[in-house]
Design a protein around this ligand. Structure first.
Ligand code: HSE
Length: 312
């Protein structure tokens, strides 16, 4: 057992164009950090929150990270232990990069690591998902699972957390750009039609199945052909300023495919090779900059490690 640990949980790209609510992957940065520390006073409390502009609650019940951490303490039968948390938000809210999911993943990872990892990350996932539910009201793992576990994750069903890791082709990299515009996930879900046409379903199923095969066979051309979202992207594109121009720039710079990260406003592209991902991120960033929209580009391999201890 340790007296203090600092952990990191990464940002994630949910949906991955053709897997609305059922696919997600992790990138190396940005991400959140949480410190867990043993103290004498029994129970879990949040001592410090930084980087949130004063927006996050200190009440454990209302805080994604705190709720997730306390849930895991209870799962471990250690709710009487004294633990304090420091939560360091190092990524923006409402960015489409899984900010609340990273906080929840870091919360469970911090408590698990403090007690020497008595349960596997997979065994702590349920508490992390419950933590994120505090933020957005829904029990869904398309951001939390890749943030905690790393890799590209298929959520076959949120019920019972029936999830599977998909293979990560060696040269697969992501380019992600977060433009500083505000989109609430709630609003981005409200614009969606509750029905899809048979034709849309056929096309999207073909692309989702093809993407799975592309990942298993490291067939980059197939992956590229399949990153075409005919259901969600056409409905949400209007929420992101200059999205079509950004996507065009990504494809012209060599991206395999490009779409909206989670509920947006971040835009992601999958690329073959680190150099292409850097060039694609720079091209997408340039379009936002030309329209005077401050933005943050990231280029990263798929993060296969997920949440990790950074100081024990
Ligand atoms: N799959 C979710 C969406 C991600 O696109 O609305 C945001 O929680």
């Amino acid at each position: 057992m340790k007296n203090e640990v600092r952990v990191f949980a990464p940002a994630t790209v949910a949906n991955v164009a053709v897997g609305f609510d059922i696919l997600g992957f992790a990138i190396n940065a940005p991400g959140d950090e949480v410190v867990a520390r043993r103290v004498d006073t029994p129970g879990l409390r949040i001592k410090t929150i930084s980087g949130d502009g004063g927006k996050l609650p200190y009440e454990v019940d209302k805080n994604t990270s705190g709720f997730a951490a306390r849930c895991l303490l209870q799962q471990l039968g250690k709710e009487e232990s004294g633990v304090e948390l420091e939560i360091h938000k190092k990524m923006p809210f409402g960015s489409g990069l899984g900010s609340s999911a990273a906080s929840a993943a870091a919360g469970v990872m911090a408590v698990n690591a403090l007690f020497g990892m008595p349960v596997s990350k997979a065994e702590s996932l349920h508490c992390a998902v419950l933590g994120e539910q505090v933020a957005d009201g829904a029990y869904h793992a398309d951001n939390v699972a890749p943030s905690l576990l790393g890799g590209i994750v298929l959520i076959r069903s949120n019920k019972g957390l029936d999830i599977r890791h998909l293979p990560v082709p060696a040269e697969l990299h992501a380019a992600v750009v977060y433009p500083e515009v505000s989109i609430l996930t709630k609003d981005a879900r409200e614009v969606l039609s509750p029905t899809v046409s048979l034709q849309q379903s056929i096309q999207q199923s073909g692309n989702l199945a093809g993407l799975m095969v592309g990942l298993y066979e490291a067939d980059y051309a197939l992956i590229g052909r399949c990153l075409e979202d005919v259901i969600i992207e056409p409905q949400r594109a209007q929420l992101i300023p200059h999205f079509r121009q950004v996507k065009k720039a990504a494809l012209e710079a060599g991206a395999l495919g490009c779409s909206i990260s989670g509920a947006g406003p971040s835009v992601f592209a999958l690329c073959r090779g680190a150099a292409t991902a850097e060039a694609v991120a720079a091209s997408m960033s340039r379009v936002f900059r030309e329209h005077n929209i401050p933005n943050h580009p990231y280029a990263s391999p798929i993060n296969e490690e997920g949440a990790k201890i950074i100081t024990a």
